[in-house]
Design a protein around this ligand. Structure first.
Ligand code: NOJ
Length: 734
């Protein structure tokens, strides 16, 4: 009945189900009929129970038109029940159910940093689409993803949730995720609304400490931190989330320059901005507001449209309006934006979710296949000597050691939606299954894990190693507390007794392959110097073991690349490839010169550079050709080279194009990634790989903070990491 009434209301306002609907007129009509309390209700988002249930107070609020959205309430039954209460309200405005679907809803995909390491945006998009389909079947119509924060500091636990350090890779991955979640039209049956977060520069927290202050120049914001957000907005991201952090003296949730001027003004973003969890109330701690009323006023004035969890809009806005401290138009504007996204999400036409539809969608075989595929493609081979990997023909007995090998929950990684450890294939299960098919024996000894434990037994692992032909150690982080939000680390060495375990295993003299499960670069100096192989698995998701089995036994070759520079030491942080040259760079011809920008006790370079990763094959890249040597600033340049697979197995290489402008009005990075392509080649095969770059993408913000492409000389590299490569030159002309 309510649904019919609503449809009539919608159609009277000139609405149809299509994009041609005069949605704004419909919203005008609705706003004209809303009381101030109902308006504030639309701006209130409240949290459900962790297990997905609504709280009892939500029903009364929804029925009274005093609730706009929830987070964490999920499941078709639960969302339909609460939605019914909202549909019974005076104006029948549906609720928007949000949830943190970060790397999958029930089928869990590799963590976003791993997804970025695949350098395969098409696959990342398909994973996001699968996550959207599962979410939607469970009544969730809005994900708080993608996190598109640039992160140059691996101490920051949330580096795992994003695409790493690079604005270009970050932008490509941001767009892929938005497209995957939303499709062209997120009212459609298997799509949901996305949320680009955390606006802005949350990842620049000083000292890598979560929630900490960030001081970033406007140029660095615009050239480095903003691009993935801008791309997300251009890809149509429905919503943005304001950051917790203080940026240059103004917290994200009170930052009207960020929200009103840049996002809604310059970029024309017409969706809504939600605060982060209680971040409106936290404006008091920041010292931006003296009390709740002040906090509400500051956030509304900044353009934060919806308040997550704290209730300061609902509690104070009426009085603020009465006193003229916020303008009625500001309130209406926020309500309009929220209603606009609800309309675009198709909620007015179809607020409910097919009851019990979950069973047909969750963990579909094709989603599991996709999860395995993305995991396989996310692995980064950091070292491989003496053919340690893949498992060779002479290997008859393998020792697997390390608590993480058997840990199904860890395989899923941090923040794994409604994923269940019982769905996951552990690394040990995957390796054992593949070994059994090949007639290879597997022994398992726990040895040690991320947390020192009474059951740690290094000597048992060492003696088992003596009887093995190959030792595989699975070490890293426990994502239940070491990764994601509020999980910053000052020490990036292997925790617990895991380093001791590695040393004891290596002392056996048997070939040692280290599989690393971590959400950030860890101190791998010892493994780099002493292990035969080092394979970064990140946190691979539900099909972790299947993917690891395929890579370890050589059914597939690892082909991922690092989306972050891998420091040698915490003391180098921040270390990132797209740094400036400075006036006293290290001279390669005279590296010992003391008066250069360098350490006296470590090289400047990271242990492994951005864009780096090996394969089981070996590739050559030869014969660089540029389409032209002079190009107008509005033109484009194409670079190509011959990629050849010289090894014995089919493998992938990621060809990467970098540029540097040698002289410009402001200093430019020594390299910037501008294009890449992941290519699969059979052994012995060659392919000319071409990458194209539009020159308008080579610009920067000048001293006036305006974007420009300056004519001048550029170096261009085509290579397989951010170091080295084939080098060419071209001139940009007016
Ligand atoms: C806080 C986190 O910062 C944000 O990323 C998340 O979406 C919200 N909590 C909701 O869970």
């Amino acid at each position: 009945m309510t649904k019919i009434l609503l449809a009539v209301l919608f159609l009277c306002a000139g609405g149809t189900a299509s994009a041609s609907v005069d949605q704004e007129k419909f919203i005008d009509g609705l706003i004209a009929r809303m009381t101030p309390q109902e308006k504030l209700g639309q701006l209130q988002q409240l949290d459900g129970e962790a297990d997905g249930h609504a709280r009892s107070e939500h029903y009364g609020l929804a029925r009274g038109g005093l609730l706009g959205s929830t987070l964490n309430v999920r499941g078709s039954t639960e969302t339909n029940k609460l939605q019914q209460a909202a549909m019974d309200s005076r104006l029948h405005i549906p609720l928007l159910f949000g949830f943190d679907v970060i790397h999958g809803y029930r089928t869990i995909f590799p963590v976003p940093l791993g997804g970025a390491a695949s350098f395969d945006p098409g696959l990342v998009e398909r994973a996001a689409a699968a996550a959207a389909a599962e979410s939607r079947a469970c009544g969730v119509r809005w994900t708080f993803s993608p996190m598109v924060d640039i992160a140059r500091d691996p101490r920051w636990g949330r580096i795992v949730e994003g695409a790493g350090e690079d604005p270009y890779l970050g932008s490509v991955m941001a767009a892929a995720q938005v497209r995957g979640y939303q499709g062209g039209d997120y009212s459609r049956g298997s799509r949901i609304a996305a949320c680009a977060k955390h606006w802005a520069a949350y990842g620049a927290a000083e000292a890598g400490r979560d929630y900490n202050t960030a001081e970033v120049s406007e140029r660095t914001l615009r050239d480095v931190y903003f691009p993935p957000f801008k791309t997300a907005a251009e890809a149509g991201a429905a919503t943005f989330m304001s950051a917790f952090a203080d940026l240059n003296g103004t917290p994200g949730t009170a930052n009207s320059w960020l929200i009103r001027d840049v996002l809604k003004g310059e970029w024309g973003f017409d969706g809504f901005v939600v605060s982060d969890y209680t971040s409106v109330a936290e404006l008091i701690n920041h010292g931006i507001a003296a009390d709740g009323a002040g906090a509400a006023r500051a956030a509304i004035a900044a353009g934060v449209d919806m308040e997550m969890v704290s209730r300061l809009y609902a509690g104070n806005a009426a009085a603020l309006l009465a006193k003229g401290l916020i303008a009625p138009a500001q309130l209406d504007e926020a309500v309009r934006r929220v209603l606009r996204i609800k309309l675009r999400a198709g909620l007015f036409e179809d607020p409910f979710t097919p009851a019990g539809g979950e069973k047909d969608v969750l963990l579909k075989p094709e989603f599991l296949d996709l999860s395995r595929l993305l995991a396989e493609r996310s692995f980064v081979l950091l070292k491989n000597e003496r053919g340690t990997l893949p498992v060779g023909r002479t290997v008859k007995r393998i020792l697997v050691a390390g608590a993480l090998a058997g840990d199904k929950a860890a395989a899923l990684g941090p923040w794994s939606g409604d994923g269940s450890a019982s769905d996951a294939v552990s690394i040990l299960e995957g390796l054992s299954a593949r070994a059994a098919e090949k007639g290879i024996m597997i022994d398992y000894v726990r040895g040690a894990g991320p947390k020192a434990d009474l059951s740690d037994d290094i000597s048992a692992a060492a003696s088992a190693a003596a009887g093995a032909d190959l030792v595989i150690a699975v070490v890293g982080e426990d994502p239940s507390y070491m990764n994601g939000e509020a999980a910053s680390r000052a020490d990036l060495s292997l925790s617990g007794r895991q380093q001791e375990l590695l040393r004891a295993l290596a002392a056996s003299g048997k070939p040692l392959a280290v599989l690393l499960m971590s959400g950030r670069p860890l101190d791998m100096n010892w493994a780099d110097a002493n292990a035969g192989a080092l394979l970064q698995l990140w946190f691979p998701g539900t099909m972790a073991g299947k993917a690891a089995g395929a890579a370890v036994f050589g059914d597939v070759s690892p082909g991922g690349k690092l989306p972050v520079s891998w420091p040698r030491s915490v003391g180098q942080i921040p270390v990132y490839y797209n740094h400036k040259n400075g006036g006293r760079p290290v001279d390669p011809a005279n590296p010992e010169n003391r008066y250069a920008s360098r350490y006296i006790d470590l090289p400047n370079s990271p242990l492994y550079p951005f864009g780096y990763g090996l394969t089981y094959s070996s590739f050559t890249l030869t014969g660089l050709e540029l389409s032209r040597s002079t190009v107008t600033v509005s033109g484009k340049i194409e670079a190509s080279a011959l990629l050849s697979n010289k090894g014995a197995v089919r493998a992938d290489e990621v060809v990467q194009l970098y540029v540097r402008q040698l002289s410009a009005g402001v200093t430019r990075p020594v390299r910037e990634l501008k294009a890449f392509k992941r290519v699969t080649l059979e052994p012995g095969a060659s392919q000319r790989v071409s990458l194209e770059v539009p020159l308008p993408a080579l610009g920067f913000h000048g001293t006036d903070m305006k974007y420009r492409v300056e004519p001048g000389e550029f170096t261009l590299w085509l290579g397989t990491s951010s170091e080295g490569g084939l080098e060419g030159r071209f001139y940009a002309i007016p």
